[in-house]
Design a protein around this ligand. Structure first.
Ligand SMILES: NC(=O)N[C@@H](CC(=O)O)C(=O)O
Ligand SMILES: [Zn+2]
Ligand SMILES: [Zn+2]
Length: 434
């Protein structure tokens, strides 16, 4: 795939230093400097007032194909990702059928490549059918065309400690990542909201913090004994932060992600009983939100992942207890991080590049993403207008679903262009198909 040479004029990489021009050809960055000549046939993109970052990498997204193409497809999810500034996403395995074999993981990879606007990396299931009873053939998926490098039963927890231990041993042999949805299911029977004063008052069955933290602690110990890495999906409590900090201090190879919604929203949102606020793990208390922000700023939590989880209207309109958990995230993630982390001075834009691109790429060993903005590097880039203010309107979103808790919010900063290997995939709110 070759595309025309491009020059981005007058942008500031990482919001640092003077504005520069960035020349791109053959999928790579060929020159960086002030006042570059316009090569033959090149397209110019105005980058003045904008920040240039490496393309974002999402370790945790649900694209619903195969099985629930009424709520999202690889095409529509890819479009949402490109509009959100992403150049690579990891599509979780809880599809129907489950991505627990190489036929499905290769299919997801190929569909993503056919769409051609973001690299869709399939996540393989850890256990057959996400049932927790039998390990999948991880090696076959890892060695397939889709080169699966991350396995997760996300949606459910790998509950059996012996199963988790075996999974880590196999993963070590293959150098792939196991990502855990940390939820002790015996503690969340019937749970629909964070266990605390709000849920008690509203009469909603509570999901205690201990359900998450017990598994985080257990898996840290299993990682220690296996001498191998574990990744914690969607960390949501102050206690999880303490446990991750402890594990890292012991030299245990534990990494963790946090979602934009757990960094912005708390359980006071449940007052309306609107199921758009129902998610796993649940929205917690303000003190948890503050702890998660501080942990991301301090590098205790490694990265941001969206957990983009589209659902149909009929799955969200019923009573709170019966609605499906999950919320959209791909098209709002960067703006929410700008709002809650950059504006208050908790992260610089350089550090945003770290938590939304470089670090996730490192954790999953994705060698062509999250690279420095330097000559010779792959041109996976995103241009951000830091001064833009915009209002979230889901009916303008590329996603097929509308379960958007950020609807109507005014947010800071906006993605104005996304580039995958030198080709512009989204610009000014429009996807650019190949
Ligand atoms: N986060 C959610 O509430 N839902 C996710 C599953 C998951 O991430 O656990 C989904 O697949 O809908
Ligand atoms: Zn999950
Ligand atoms: Zn998920």
């Amino acid at each position: 795939m070759t595309s025309n040479p491009i020059i981005i004029r007058g942008a500031r990489p990482y919001a640092e230093g003077e504005p520069v021009d960035i020349a791109i050809a053959g999928g790579i960055i060929t020159a960086i400097g002030p006042g570059l000549d316009l090569p033959e046939g090149a397209t110019e993109i105005d980058g003045s007032g904008k920040i240039l970052l490496p393309g974002l990498v999402d370790m945790h997204t649900h694209l619903r194909e195969p099985g629930r193409e009424d709520t999202e497809t690889i095409d529509t999810g890819s479009a949402a990702a490109a509009l959100g500034g992403y150049t690579a996403v990891f599509a979780m395995a809880n599809t129907d059928p489950v991505a627990d074999n190489v036929v499905i993981t290769d299919h997801v990879w190929q569909r993503g490549q056919d769409a051609g606007i973001v690299d869709v990396h399939p996540v393989g299931a850890v256990t057959v059918g996400l049932k927790g009873k039998q390990l999948t053939e991880m090696a076959a998926m890892a060695n397939g065309k889709g080169r699966v490098r991350m396995f997760s039963d996300d949606g459910v927890c790998v509950e059996d400690p012996l199963m988790m231990r075996r999974a880590l041993e196999y993963a070590r042999g293959l150098d792939v990542l196991i990502a855990q949805h940390a939820e002790e299911p015996r503690l969340t029977v019937g749970a629909v909201a964070h266990e605390g004063p709000t849920a008690a008052r509203l009469g909603l069955a509570g999901w205690p913090r201990a359900a998450e933290e017990a598994i985080v602690a257990r898996d840290a110990l299993l990682a220690r004994d296996a001498g191998y890495r574990v990744h914690i999906c969607h960390a949501s409590t102050a206690g999880t932060v303490e446990l991750v900090k402890w594990a890292k201090a012991q030299g245990i190879s534990l990494t963790a992600e946090v979602t934009p919604h757990h960094l912005l929203l708390d359980d006071s949102r449940l007052e309306t009983y609107d199921a758009v606020n129902k998610v796993n793990p649940p929205l917690r208390e303000r003190s948890d939100v503050e702890a998660l922000r501080a942990a991301l700023a301090a590098g205790i939590i490694d990265c941001v992942a969206t957990d983009h989880a589209p659902h149909a209207a009929q799955e969200k309109c019923c009573g709170f207890a019966h609605a499906r958990p999950g919320m959209l995230g791909l098209q709002t993630a960067l703006s929410i991080i700008a709002e809650v982390m950059v504006k208050p001075g908790l992260l610089t834009w350089r550090e945003v590049a770290r938590v939304m691109s470089e670090r996730p790429a490192e954790i999953v060993r994705l060698h062509d993403q999250g690279r420095p903005i330097e000559v010779g590097e792959p041109a996976n880039l995103v241009l951000v207008d830091p001064e833009a203010r915009w209002t979230v309107r889901s009916d303008e979103f590329a996603s097929l679903s509308r379960n958007n808790p950020f609807e109507g919010m005014e947010l800071a900063a906006r993605v104005t262009m996304t580039m995958l290997r030198g080709r512009v995939t989204a610009r000014d709110g429009e996807v650019i198909p190949r």
